[in-house]
Design a protein around this ligand. Structure first.
Ligand code: GAL
Length: 492
């Protein structure tokens, strides 16, 4: 629930959104984004940056924060440790020279993390083995300077190849000292100082897919050292593990328990490429999200069994849309928006040419409405305008971060148009009209086609423009491979 305190504000925001670029968001009164709920374990470090845009400086304050937390007035970063379990509702205020706004932030101190899909970045698709400290620092800085932090991106996830060649003699994990001269604790301090969180990567086998040391039979010591390092997320892969369901469950559970006992709130990302249906057992092994398919590659269609195109992933995803609840999400792999075939992994060094901006926009639309983690894998230091517009569209992000976390439904597939609907917390619904064909198509949107009992106001989320009431049909023109995303509110 968000309250806007000054009358001017709504006028301002309609001017800002009306067909303008999102750049304007950074020049107006404060507007909140991102989740309205966040979870943490009791007695562990808490860090949450209130995502807000608007002309800086913005001053933040908070009422009814649980004992142990405080908000930094200039950055909006909330830190501390809460010992008492409970659901706390804090009121956050943000004000600047142009106005003031308030939002209610629910803080769940208990056994749940990742109550809305994780948003952040991952090193793998573009950088693979060139990951190092300097890159992580530059990406953290870019996440701030690009405005991504202000719209809710949070995690900087280091994937494979942060490791030294062996563990220490006592078995503890060690980072490559050449790549990480200051060590991971120092790096996590750097990331945390900016209100962001740090992720690492390991594997349920004794080696990672890149043949660095894996976590098998080192679960406790790894979880403990990760916690000492200040790590906030672990992605746990499946190379060098016998392909058996019982093995997968046992190994993921072992690490899940180790993380829970580590004394830190560490989000757990299961990466076994959808083998043995992790959507059925992911929650019980402590997973917050689980990969549903092999790796994404930077191509629209085609691919081979272990190289998935975007379309192949979407088709697979269509079969398991009903899985996922707050804290436990399907993960159809990272976002490749803005990679344009340049990723070392996803572009296969020039083998794939990448996708068009329209296709990247569809990729983002569907990941958002399907409640997927939104982990960008492009080079955040060098994003073009099209990439920024796709990754930073706050109305799209709001659909993904909706507090209710209800699963999307595939309502209809007709004439190459796939129609998706997700009911949101406030009773409105998000709709994606996805043109799977190369050719432009017309689509007649009606309340009946959406299985709605009544009409509502229709807003084009990508264009930030209102299309009127759905009491009669609205004719949409959808470009080849385009997805039009709509929000239908005040349904009555
Ligand atoms: C794959 C995984 C990728 C990446 C890679 C690292 O198994 O699916 O996302 O983590 O390993 O080697």
């Amino acid at each position: 629930m968000r309250f806007y305190l000054i009358a001017l504000f709504s006028l301002f925001s309609s001017i800002l959104f009306a067909g303008g670029t999102d750049d304007l968001l950074y020049k107006g009164p404060p507007v909140f984004h991102g989740p309205t709920v966040t979870g943490n374990f009791p007695g562990t470090e808490f860090l949450f940056t209130v995502p807000a845009t608007g002309q800086r400086p913005i001053t933040f304050s908070a009422l009814q924060l649980p004992t142990g937390l405080s908000v930094d007035a200039t950055t909006g970063i909330i830190r501390g440790v809460v010992h008492e379990k409970g659901t706390y509702t804090a009121t956050i205020t943000a004000s600047n020279a142009l106005g003031k706004s308030e939002e209610v932030l629910k803080i769940e101190i208990g056994d749940k993390l990742c109550l809305t899909p994780a948003m952040g970045w991952n090193s793998w698709n573009v950088f693979t083995n060139t990951l190092d400290e300097k890159l992580v620092m530059e990406i953290a800085d870019a996440m701030v300077s690009s405005g991504m932090r202000d719209v809710g991106y949070q995690y900087i996830n280091m994937d494979d190849y942060w490791h030294d060649s062996t563990r220490a003699t006592d078995g503890s994990p060690v980072a490559n000292p050449k790549k990480f001269p200051h060590g991971i604790k120092w790096l996590s301090d750097y990331v945390h100082a900016r209100g962001l969180k740090l992720g690492v990567y390991s594997d349920a086998g004794d080696k990672t897919c890149g043949k660095c040391f894996g976590g098998f039979q080192h679960e406790e010591i790894d979880a403990k050292v990760y916690a000492d390092w200040g790590v906030d997320l672990l992605k746990y892969d499946f190379c060098f593990v016998p392909w058996k369901k019982s093995e997968a469950i046992a190994r993921y559970k072992k690490m899940g328990e180790a993380l829970k006992g580590s004394g830190r709130s560490v989000v757990y990302s299961i990466c076994n490429w959808g083998l043995f249906k992790p959507w059925e057992w992911g929650p019980e092994v402590g997973g917050n999200y689980w990969r549903t398919t092999p790796d994404i590659f930077d191509l629209w269609r085609g691919g081979i069994p272990f190289m998935m195109s975007t379309m192949r992933i979407i088709k697979r995803q269509n079969k398991i849309l009903e899985y996922g609840t707050p804290g436990h999400w399907n993960d159809p792999d990272m976002l490749i928006v803005g990679n344009y075939g340049k990723g070392k992994a996803t572009g296969r060094n020039g083998m794939f040419k990448g996708m068009t901006d329209t296709e990247y926009q569809s990729h983002m639309s569907l990941w958002a409405i399907m409640n997927a983690p939104l982990l960008s894998s492009c080079d955040l230091r060098n994003m073009n305008e099209a990439t920024k517009n796709i990754l930073l569209n706050t109305e799209i992000l709001a659909i993904n971060q909706d507090e209710a976390g209800k699963p999307v439904q595939l309502v209809n597939k007709k004439n190459g148009i796939w129609l998706y609907k997700k009911v949101l917390q406030d009773g409105s619904c998000a709709v994606a009209v996805f043109n799977t064909s190369k050719k432009e198509k017309k689509f007649e949107l009606t309340a009946t086609s959406l299985q709605l009992n009544a009409a509502g106001n229709v807003r084009d989320v990508w264009k930030h423009s209102d299309l009127g009431m759905l009491n009669k049909q609205i004719l949409l023109t959808v470009q080849g491979h385009e997805t039009i995303v709509l929000k239908i509110s005040n349904i009555q």
